[in-house]
Write a protein that binds this ligand. Structure first.
Ligand SMILES: C[S@@+](CC[C@H](N)C(=O)[O-])C[C@H]1O[C@@H](n2cnc3c(N)ncnc32)[C@H](O)[C@@H]1O
Length: 268
């Protein structure tokens, strides 16, 4: 009987979430009920926040990313499923006992996935936003506060096997096309890639060149035709021609590029 009541409550909640425009109302209802842990008043407060458009992960405090449950504090970018294939590739490339960097780590979700899959490796991360650094730390990530490679210990430079970065890469004039919830809630610092979207991507290529050893790989998430704008930068920074990662619709989702063994130290 209690089970039937629970189902009815979940269905009513799902209907309310659907009315508010949530695209996966049943799953969201289940997550909110779980987060409320049987506290009716708390459930009402959580639902009200979600109906207002606040990201589900901020309301529940967690998200599952690459198979790991990760804490997401309000104000911190919510990791996206579309990033997971790039993370899978980074895991393939990272030897056990290797060294990896997750630049622009946000909640630290990518670093958590790398460390989980390669427990003997050292995974370090950076982010410019103190709230993101705090969240990554709460997720157990070894995080350094500051831009791209800058805050990482000098003795690690030139020793990384893998560098991965999901930097802000949405061109400023395309921000307006993002879903309303994203625009209204998620931090601009996590999204805005500047005039052509390359404002952080270009320095990220140079950061990768500085960190990787010859034969190490840089993986970047990007979109549109941003790979074209980076081709010369990869060449100048001492990388082989980058390989495109596309999704099932053929849309560009990322690139990976190998640092040339013989290249001179990067001066980016
Ligand atoms: C799109 S979010 C990605 C977060 C995380 N990697 C993920 O996939 O969930 C970009 C992150 O980059 C950070 N950021 C923006 N500019 C930065 C910079 N110049 N150096 C380091 N981090 C930066 C933001 O604070 C934000 O956390």
């Amino acid at each position: 009987m209690a089970h039937g009541r629970f189902d009815r409550r979940a269905r009513a909640l799902a209907a309310r979430l659907a009315d508010a425009g949530c695209v996966a109302p049943q799953e969201e209802a289940d997550e909110l009920i779980e987060a409320a842990a049987g506290d009716h008043d708390r459930l009402q407060r959580l639902v009200a926040r979600r109906v207002d458009g606040e990201p589900l992960a901020w309301v529940t405090g967690t998200v599952t990313f690459a198979g790991n449950r990760v804490r997401i504090n309000p104000g911190v970018y919510v990791p996206r499923p579309q990033t997971e294939p790039l993370v899978d590739r980074a895991i393939e490339l990272l030897p056990d006992g290797g060294l990896a960097a997750d630049l622009c780590t946000g909640s630290g979700a990518i670093a958590v996935a790398l460390r989980q899959a390669r427990p003997k490796s050292r995974v370090v991360a950076t982010d410019i936003d103190p709230d993101a650094c705090r969240c990554a730390e709460e997720n157990g990530v070894e995080v350094f506060a500051g831009p791209l490679a800058e805050p990482l210990p000098i003795e690690l430079r030139g020793r990384f096997d893998v560098v991965i970065a999901v930097v802000p890469y949405v061109p400023t004039d395309a921000l307006v096309y993002l879903p309303r919830d994203v625009r209204e809630y998620e931090p601009l610092l996590a999204l805005d890639g500047g005039k052509d979207g390359l404002g952080v991507l270009v320095p990220a290529v140079w950061a990768g060149a500085e960190l990787l050893h010859g034969g190490g790989t840089l993986l970047l998430e990007l979109g549109g035709d941003e790979d074209r704008g980076l081709a010369d930068v990869f060449e100048a920074a001492g990388f082989d021609a980058p390989r495109r990662h596309e999704d099932e619709d053929g849309d560009l989702r990322g690139v990976e590029a190998k640092r040339r063994p013989s290249s001179a130290p990067a001066l980016g």
